[in-house]
Unconditional design. Structure first.
Length: 151
C-alpha cells in the first residue's frame, strides 16, 4: 500500500513537471498551422493566377463556393451557382482573351484572403486593361472563391 502511494505521488509530480511544456507545444503547433494556412492561400492564389493566364476554367472552378459573386466588365453582376459561374467565366475569358495577368497584391492573413492585379486582355483586336479581384474565404478546413470582380 505504501509503495502504491509512493508510485502515485511520483507519477503526479512527474505530470506536474511536464505540464508547463504542453502549452508551449500547443503554441508551437498553432504557429505551425497558421504558417501552413498562409502557404495554402498563397498556393491557391498562384494556381488561380495560372488558371486565368492559361484560360483553364477547371483550375479556377474547383475553388468556387456554392454561390460566388461575379462582377464583370461585360455587365454580368450577381450571385451565381458554381455551375453557372463556370460557364459565365468561360464565356468571359473566351471573349476577353487574356494577354497577361499577374496578382500584384496578395493578402493571405486571417480567414479572408484576396488577390488583385491588372488583367490585360484583347477584345475585337483592341487591347485593354481591367482590374481583377478575387476573394477567398475559409469554410471549415477549405478555401473557396466567394467573389470574382473584373472591372
Amino acid at each position: 500500500m505504501k509503495t502504491t502511494f509512493l508510485y502515485i505521488i511520483a507519477i503526479l509530480s512527474l505530470l506536474s513537471f511536464f505540464n508547463p511544456l504542453f502549452p508551449q507545444h500547443n503554441n508551437l503547433q498553432q504557429n505551425f498551422n497558421s504558417t501552413n494556412k498562409v502557404k495554402i492561400q498563397s498556393i491557391i492564389l498562384d494556381e488561380l493566377e495560372s488558371g486565368i493566364v492559361n484560360n483553364q476554367m477547371q483550375t479556377i472552378s474547383k475553388y468556387f463556393s456554392s454561390q460566388p459573386y461575379i462582377s464583370l466588365i461585360n455587365g454580368v453582376n450577381g450571385y451565381y451557382s458554381s455551375n453557372q459561374a463556370y460557364y459565365i467565366l468561360e464565356d468571359f475569358f473566351n471573349s476577353y482573351k487574356v494577354v497577361s495577368f499577374r496578382f500584384e497584391e496578395k493578402n493571405t492573413e486571417g480567414s479572408l484572403s484576396y488577390g488583385k492585379g491588372e488583367y490585360y486582355f484583347e477584345k475585337k483586336g483592341k487591347r485593354e486593361v481591367a482590374h481583377l479581384y478575387i476573394t477567398l474565404s475559409k469554410a471549415g478546413s477549405k478555401w473557396y472563391i466567394t467573389q470574382i470582380s473584373i472591372n
